[in-house]
Design a protein around this ligand. Structure first.
Ligand SMILES: [Zn+2]
Length: 108
């Protein structure tokens, strides 16, 4: 690991540079800088999950319903409320899609 300020190599896991005193970027410390990016990217999974749920009502509910739940789970990892709603909506759409499919299949 090298100091981001003075560029000298650091020995061990010191929090501060032994040459210039600058704080060292530890691998675990970088996680704090990403929540805003992660929250932003949840939108794509929410939209994808909603599209899969809508398709699941009409076509191949087991496939698109599961896809919607999986996308909802990815959204959940970034935004718990939106992800939970996505997984519940996808699950309902999958069940409704299966029931509709069986009903259509039974009357034809
Ligand atoms: Zn330094």
């Amino acid at each position: 690991m090298f100091c981001p300020k003075c560029g000298k190599e650091q020995l061990g896991d010191e929090s501060f540079c032994r040459y210039c005193g600058a704080e060292q970027a530890l691998p675990g410390g970088a996680a704090g800088a990403t929540p805003s990016q992660q929250r932003k990217s949840a939108t794509g999974f929410v939209v994808g999950s909603a599209v899969c749920a809508a398709i699941a009502l009409l076509f191949f509910p087991p496939i698109f319903g599961v896809a919607g739940i999986v996308l909802g789970y990815f959204a959940f990892r970034r935004n718990r409320l939106a992800g939970t709603i996505c997984m519940v909506v996808s699950g309902i759409c999958m069940i409704v899609g299966v029931v509709l499919g069986l009903w259509v299949w039974s009357i034809t």
